[in-house]
Write a protein that binds this ligand. Structure first.
Ligand SMILES: Nc1ncnc2c1ncn2[C@@H]1O[C@H](COP(=O)(O)OP(=O)(O)OP(=O)(O)O)[C@@H](O)[C@H]1O
Ligand SMILES: [Mg+2]
Length: 356
């Protein structure tokens, strides 16, 4: 898994032979700054971008292969024992309204370099069936984490934040709530040259600017009803800077961005997940103490804890989910939930690149 934060690659070796997924080993491989810069640049139109996109996809596939070989070395598992690699690729455009989404990857090269079957391009089929192509993790959450007696939410705070609503009975729903970490990451990178605001301490040192927060929360995405999904296409520095008057203290803007992530999530929970009692956090934002504390204040009716409480490590949830989605595809079983994405039917997701 390589998500919208552009922090790097989460490689997880997962045993799905039993009921609950078992995490056999993990390996995180950070992106080099120049790869991150190239990926960020590819989010915008530029000269010769087709060529640049394919060259970058090749680099990514090589990085994925290195990550997989490290994971296998660390765990002592041979490539021949692995059923398949589920490889999400790196999103550079997400435009379901135009009928496409682009996750850069060269899955053929990854299959060539590893000798393992590769499942990739998970999102396109759902979009072809009229869906958003996102989020895709809710089917996994429903399968593994739903409880008949407790109304739960699984909340992933990655670059973008997305939630899965698992009521006691009735259908599972889910959607993107808006920015997770990506605006806070971009702002601290610009002002303090750091990749992220560890534990939200810089944000906690500033004061929320109420008028700015109100303006940001007025973005129509937050008001829309699901199905909905988003990405850097909408939430980026240019979007933020449109709303600034440049007299703001940078730490106060960071405080406001943290409040934006938190309040957009809390509003979505109040509006669309009526009666929820428990929220389980995953993704890097689950480590942001200032964010979690504000979220708990905003949602006093919900007990908020990390997904470790359910036996799944918060940092590895997304990667485990894509292993599960790859297994669905290998068995030609569907991986989307039409009630989540808006697709017209359940689809077998992705394409299989054989490892021979
Ligand atoms: N201790 C921490 N304090 C604050 N933020 C943190 C901390 N640790 C990680 N993060 C945030 O988490 C981000 C990485 O999260 P994660 O890998 O879940 O996102 P992602 O790659 O976008 O994944 P996905 O798209 O699958 O949700 C970092 O960019 C950073 O903003
Ligand atoms: Mg990540």
């Amino acid at each position: 898994m390589s998500g919208t934060s552009l922090d790097g690659i989460d490689a997880a070796l997962v045993d799905l032979s039993g009921g609950k997924p078992k995490l056999v080993g993990t390996h995180f491989q950070a992106y080099q700054p120049d790869l991150k810069d190239t990926l960020l640049a590819l989010h915008h139109p530029s000269l010769n971008e087709l060529h640049q996109a394919h060259i970058t996809a090749n680099s990514l596939a090589r990085e994925y292969a290195v990550a997989i070989h490290s994971l296998l070395n660390n765990t002592g598992v041979a490539a021949g024992q692995v059923q398949a690699i589920g490889c999400h690729g790196q999103t550079v455009r997400h435009r379901p309204e135009h009928g496409y989404t682009i996750q850069l990857n060269n899955a053929a090269l990854l299959a060539e370099l590893t000798g393992i079957h590769v499942v990739s391009d998970f999102r396109s089929r759902d979009i072809a069936a009229g869906g958003q192509g996102a989020p895709l993790v809710p089917a996994f959450h429903e399968n593994v984490l739903r409880h008949p007696d407790v109304h739960r939410i699984i909340l992933n705070i990655g670059g973008i934040a997305n939630l899965t609503d698992l009521p006691r009975n009735g259908i599972t729903t889910g959607f993107d709530t808006g920015p997770g970490n990506l605006l806070m990451d971009a702002w601290i990178a610009k002002h303090l040259n750091k990749p992220y605001d560890k534990d939200g301490t810089w944000a906690a040192s500033g004061k929320i600017i109420p008028s700015l927060l109100k303006q940001l929360l007025a973005e129509s995405f937050f008001i829309q009803s699901p199905p909905k999904s988003t990405g850097r296409d909408l939430f980026n520095l240019a979007w933020l800077e449109k709303h600034l008057n440049e007299n703001e203290a940078p730490a106060d803007v960071q405080a406001t961005l943290l409040a934006l992530t938190c309040d957009s999530i809390a509003n979505a929970v109040q509006r669309f997940c009526n009666g929820s009692k428990e929220i389980y956090l995953c993704g890097g934002g689950a480590h942001n103490a200032a964010l979690v504390s504000r979220l708990q204040q905003a949602l006093p009716q919900c007990l908020i804890q990390k997904t470790e409480a359910l036996g799944i490590e918060a940092d590895w949830m997304e990667a485990i989910a894509f292993a599960w989605l790859a297994q669905q595809t290998m068995h030609l079983r569907p991986g989307n939930l039409p009630a989540v994405t808006g697709a017209s039917h359940n689809c077998v997701l992705g394409a299989i690149y054989p490892g021979y």
